[in-house]
Design a protein around this ligand. Structure first.
Ligand code: ADP
Ligand code: SF4
Length: 589
C-alpha cells in the first residue's frame, strides 16, 4: 500500500525534539537515513519509511504517516513540497450547472479551487523546485488536459488552456476584505463592476443602504453580500463561491442561493463550497465529496447528484471508491419530546420591554429550565443579544419582571483575533475541562499559536471552548457554526449537549444553519419583527411548534429525506410543498 509522510515543520521547531524523533526511527537506527534534518527542518524519505508510525506518535500532531486509498495511488495533482499536503484529482466545473463541494476543513477544497481559478499552478507532486519553476504555465495546463483525458473535466481544461475561461472567485474569509480595501462600499463595487450591473446587483443583494458606508464599518453579513456582489459583477464564465452563506441569516441564505443558481447558464459554470447542508442541497445540482485526512491528503470523488451525494456523505462510505471516511453514519431522528419536567427553573420573565434609541424589544412570558439546549431563530439585528443582556441584568428593562438574576457567558458572532496566545486564552479549558472540551474540540494542537494566527474554524473552536469553560447559568453562543465544517458542527452539537447535562446551566444557541439547530436543540425561541426597529421574543416552544412558527413566516416547508431523515427544503409549489402548506405542517410532515 502506498503511503505518504506529512510534516508540519512549523509545529516542530525544537532541534532537540527533532533529533529525538530521528533517533527513534527504526530505519535510521538500522543505518539508512529515512528521517533527515536539514537547515533546521525535518524530512522523511517516503521511499525508505516502513510506516511504523513511531515518529508520528512522538510528534504532538506535527507528523502524519498515512496510508493512501487505492483511489489516490497515482501522482497527485498538487503537492505542497516534500512532505507537504497532497491533493488528488479536482472537481469539475460544468456549464449550466451548480456543482457543490462537500468535505471537512483542511481537505484541500481551497487548494482545488485555487487551481481551477488559475491562481495556483499544479506541480503533479514534483517536489523539485527547478522543475515547477522552469516549466511554463501552458505546459502544466497541457498536463492537466492529459490527466483528465476522456472525462468531463477535459473540456474545461482545454478551454482554460486556450484562454476561453475567465474565473470570478469569492474567497472564504470575507473578514479579510477590510484589511485589503479602504473607501466606501460604493467605491469597491464600482471598481469591481465589469458588467454594468451595479444597480441591479446592489438592489438584489440588498446593499443599497450601505453603499456610502466605509468598508471597515460594515457587518459580517454585509461583507459577505458585498463579496458576492463584487464577484458576480465580474465578467466571467466560471463563478466560484467559497462558503457564500457564513454570517447570513436564513432568509438571506435562501435569497443568495436562488441568486447564485440563476448564474448557471449554458455558457456559465458555478462551483460552491458550503457546509450548511440544507443550503447545499437547495443550491446545487451535483456534488463532489472530498475525503482523505485533513492536513495530509485530499481526494475528490466523482460527481454525484446532490441528494445522493449528501446521503453518501452522511453515511460515511463511498461505495464506488470503496472508501470509508467516517467510522459511523450520521442519523437524524424525529425528536423525542424534551423532558424538562424534572428540571428546576433557571429563569422566567414576564411582559418585558425596552426602548433603545429607535429599536424596541418585547418579550411576553417565558421560562428556561436547567440543563436545556435552546435554539434561537431570527434574523440579524432583531434583538437576541439585547434579550440576553436583560436576563443577565446588564440591560435594565423599561417594564416587566425577571424571576432570578442569571450569570451569562457569551460567545459573540464576530470573533476578535488578538495577539493573545491560545495557551493563555484557553487556560481554564485545559486545566478544568480537558476531557469535556479541550480534547473533543482539538484545542491542544493550537496551544502554540496566537489567536491571530488561527484559521476561522480554529478560532471558532477556541471561542466555543472558552465560553463553555466559564462558570455561568446561561451560555449564549451566537453563530457557533460559522467556519466549521459539517463534522465539526455535529461534534460541537454533542459537546454543547454534554456540557449542559453536567451543569445546572442552559445554553441558548443562535444559529442560521437549520439542520444544526434541529440536530442540537430541545426547544426553540423565535424572534420576530423588523431588524433594527422592533423585535418580539416568543417561546420557548417545542421544536415542532417553534419551527412551524418560524418556517410559516419564512414561507418555506421542510420535509425529511426518506433515506437519511435529514431536513430538505421543498421545492416551491411542488406536491409536497402544497400538501404541507394546506395542512399547516411546515416542519417535516
Ligand atoms: P480546505 O479548503 O479544504 O479547508 P485547503 O486547501 O485550504 O483546505 O488546505 C489543505 C491543506 O493544504 C492544509 O493542510 C493546508 O495547511 C495545506 N496548505 C494550503 N496552502 C499551503 C501552502 N501554500 N503551503 C503548504 N501547505 C499548504
Ligand atoms: Fe521512521 Fe517509522 Fe516514522 Fe517511517 S514511520 S519515518 S519508519 S519512525
Amino acid at each position: 500500500m502506498k503511503r505518504i509522510a506529512v510534516v508540519d515543520n512549523d509545529k516542530l521547531k525544537d532541534a532537540d525534539k527533532q533529533r529525538h524523533i530521528q533517533s527513534l526511527c527504526p530505519v535510521n537506527r538500522a543505518g539508512t537515513e529515512c528521517i533527515k534534518i536539514e537547515n533546521g527542518r525535518l524530512f522523511i524519505d517516503e521511499a525508505t519509511c516502513i510506516g511504523c508510525g513511531i515518529c508520528a506518535k512522538h510528534s504532538d500532531g506535527a507528523i502524519k504517516i498515512v496510508n493512501l486509498p487505492t483511489s489516490a495511488e497515482g501522482d497527485p495533482i498538487h503537492r505542497f513540497g516534500e512532505n507537504g499536503f497532497a491533493l488528488y484529482s479536482l472537481p469539475t466545473p460544468l456549464f449550466g450547472k451548480v456543482v457543490g463541494i462537500l468535505g471537512p476543513n483542511g481537505i484541500g477544497k481551497s487548494t482545488a479551487l485555487n487551481i481551477l481559478a488559475g491562481h495556483l499552478i499544479p506541480n503533479f507532486g514534483s517536489t523539485q523546485e527547478e522543475q515547477s519553476q522552469g516549466s511554463e504555465k501552458s505546459e502544466q495546463l497541457k498536463r492537466l488536459i492529459g490527466f483528465f483525458k476522456g472525462s468531463e473535466a477535459q473540456g474545461f481544461f482545454e478551454k482554460l488552456a486556450s484562454g476561453e475561461i475567465k474565473v470570478a472567485y469569492k474567497p472564504q474569509h470575507v473578514d479579510l476584505i477590510p484589511k485589503a480595501h479602504t473607501g466606501t462600499v460604493r467605491d469597491l463595487l464600482l471598481k469591481a463592476d465589469e458588467t454594468d450591473s451595479f444597480d441591479r446587483i446592489t438592489e438584489l443583494l440588498e446593499l443599497k443602504d450601505v453603499l456610502d458606508t466605509e468598508i471597515s464599518k460594515v457587518s459580517g453579513g454585509e461583507l459577505q453580500r458585498i463579496a458576492i456582489a463584487a464577484t458576480v459583477m465580474k465578467r466571467a464564465n466560471v463563478y466560484i463561491f467559497d462558503e457564500p452563506t457564513s454570517y447570513l441569516d436564513i432568509q438571506q441564505r435562501i435569497k443568495v442561493s436562488k441568486f447564485i443558481r440563476g448564474l448557471a447558464t449554458e455558457e456559465t459554470a458555478v462551483l460552491v463550497v458550503e457546509h450548511d447542508l440544507i443550503i447545499l442541497d437547495f443550491l446545487t445540482d451535483l456534488v463532489h465529496i472530498m475525503y482523505g485526512k485533513p492536513g495530509a491528503f485530499g481526494v475528490v470523488s466523482g460527481v454525484k447528484p446532490t441528494r445522493t451525494g449528501i446521503n453518501i456523505y452522511l453515511s460515511g462510505y463511498l461505495k464506488e471508491e470503496n472508501v470509508r471516511f467516517r467510522d459511523h453514519a450520521v442519523h437524524f431522528m424525529a425528536k423525542p419530546p424534551a423532558d424538562s419536567e424534572k428540571n428546576e427553573r433557571l429563569v422566567a420573565w414576564k411582559d418585558l420591554s425596552v426602548q433603545l434609541g429607535r429599536f424596541r424589544l418585547s418579550a411576553d412570558e417565558g421560562e428556561i429550565m436547567q440543563h436545556q439546549v435552546i435554539g434561537v431563530l431570527g434574523p440579524n439585528g432583531i434583538g437576541k443579544t439585547t434579550f440576553v443582556k436583560i436576563l443577565a441584568g446588564v440591560q435594565k428593562p423599561d417594564t416587566g419582571e425577571i424571576s432570578d438574576k442569571v450569570k451569562v457567558s457569551y460567545k459573540p458572532q464576530y470573533l476578535e483575533p488578538t495577539d493573545e496566545p491560545v495557551a493563555s486564552a484557553a487556560r481554564d479549558v485545559i486545566s478544568k475541562y480537558d476531557v469535556q472540551l479541550a480534547r473533543p474540540l482539538g484545542i491542544h494542537e493550537l496551544l502554540d499559536k496566537k489567536l491571530s494566527d488561527l484559521s476561522g474554524g480554529e478560532l471558532q473552536r477556541v471561542a466555543i471552548a472558552v465560553c463553555l469553560a466559564r462558570e455561568a447559568d446561561l451560555y449564549l453562543l451566537d453563530e457557533p457554526s460559522a467556519y466549521l465544517d459539517v463534522e465539526q458542527r455535529l461534534l460541537v452539537s454533542k459537546v454543547i449537549r454534554d456540557v449542559m447535562e453536567t451543569r445546572t446551566g442552559s445554553a441558548l444557541v443562535v444559529d442560521h444553519d437549520l439542520l444544526f439547530v434541529d440536530y442540537l436543540s430541545e426547544s426553540l425561541i423565535v424572534l420576530e419583527g423588523t431588524p433594527a426597529k422592533e423585535g418580539a421574543v416568543k417561546g420557548p416552544f417545542t421544536m415542532e411548534e417553534g419551527m412551524n412558527r418560524f418556517l410559516s413566516r419564512l414561507s418555506i416547508t421542510l420535509r425529511r429525506d426518506m433515506e437519511s431523515k435529514r431536513p430538505r427544503i421543498n421545492k416551491e409549489d411542488s406536491r409536497k410543498d402544497r400538501e404541507q402548506r394546506a395542512a399547516q405542517k411546515w416542519y417535516y410532515s
